[in-house]
Design a protein around this ligand. Structure first.
Ligand SMILES: [Zn+2]
Ligand SMILES: [Zn+2]
Length: 272
């Protein structure tokens, strides 16, 4: 009888996959197969950016920043998984500020969607250019997370950009290197004006001397000779783009120090 009971319990568990409450809403709804731990209702309400209005920064609405700027950009483009709505702000807050690490795989898998969008876009561009068959598949060569300052790292215990890049790196088999360091703490960016942020970011990053040899090895071993190297900067949020641009300028510089043409992209979990 007890064997039958335990068998029935197992069958019941299999038939109702959402026994554990949803990570984000806490309700016992039907679970999503693609994003474990989160219910289907929550997944259906994610504000995905499927086709960005601004092809430069990946924004879902009209974009005065990109149209206003005539400066050459150090990145090809940014793509973000979602629009930074109040619900998405709450999810990121749970992870980043309240340290709920169960959000890490969810946010990482969401970022992977943005990678697939970028990959698809680039591949269809290659196809329309009638590139030879070997050049039709597009994938990135290296992921570089945006670094946080030591004090921020101490306070938070992890770098959210690095964790996001970890998931993407595992899903897509793209290596990641902490190529950059943060030279100074820039304070809370959300309270600053656009001009203040831009000035602040100018000298906030530098090449990481600890990985220089690793990077040189990677270049010598992996770099494709028939096209520019594709490097993706990974971060949680794209707001004005000043962080991404500052990081991209250093990567461009490092690339040219090694004598390689580099294409820099960025993938961010949310676009505000
Ligand atoms: Zn839910
Ligand atoms: Zn834009």
């Amino acid at each position: 009888m007890s064997a039958l009971f335990s068998w029935l319990t197992k069958v019941q568990a299999l038939l109702s996959p959402s026994i554990t409450p949803c990570l984000t809403c806490g309700k016992r709804n039907l679970g999503s197969s693609e994003f474990p731990g989160v219910c289907r209702n929550c997944i259906e309400s994610i504000p995905w950016i499927r086709s960005p209005r601004c092809l430069k920064c990946g924004r879902h609405v009209g974009c005065p920043d990109c149209t206003r700027s005539s400066e050459p950009s150090p990145i090809i483009c940014n793509r973000s998984a979602v629009a930074y709505t109040s619900v998405m702000r709450e999810w990121l807050g749970q992870y980043k500020y309240r340290g709920n690490e169960r959000y890490a795989p969810l946010l990482g898998l969401m970022l992977d969607r943005a990678y697939l969008t970028l990959k698809k876009e680039k591949q269809s561009a290659l196809l329309s250019r009638k590139s030879s068959i070997i050049h039709r598949s597009w994938s990135a060569d290296l992921l570089v997370p945006v670094p946080v300052s030591d004090s921020r790292l101490m306070e938070r215990g992890f770098n959210q950009a690095e964790r996001l890049a970890d998931v993407l790196s595992r899903c897509r088999k793209i290596p990641q290197l902490p190529l950059l360091i943060r030279t100074h703490h820039t304070g809370k960016q959300s309270f600053k004006s656009r001009a203040e942020r831009l000035a602040d970011m100018k000298h906030a990053f530098a090449e990481n001397p600890a990985v220089t040899t690793q990077f040189a090895d990677w270049f010598n071993r992996e770099v494709p000779l028939n096209r520019p190297v594709r490097i993706i900067i990974v971060d949680d949020i794209y707001t004005t783009g000043s962080t991404i641009r500052a990081c991209a300028e250093i990567i461009q510089q490092v690339g040219s120090d090694y004598g390689y043409a580099v294409e820099v992209y960025s993938l961010t979990w949310a676009r505000s």
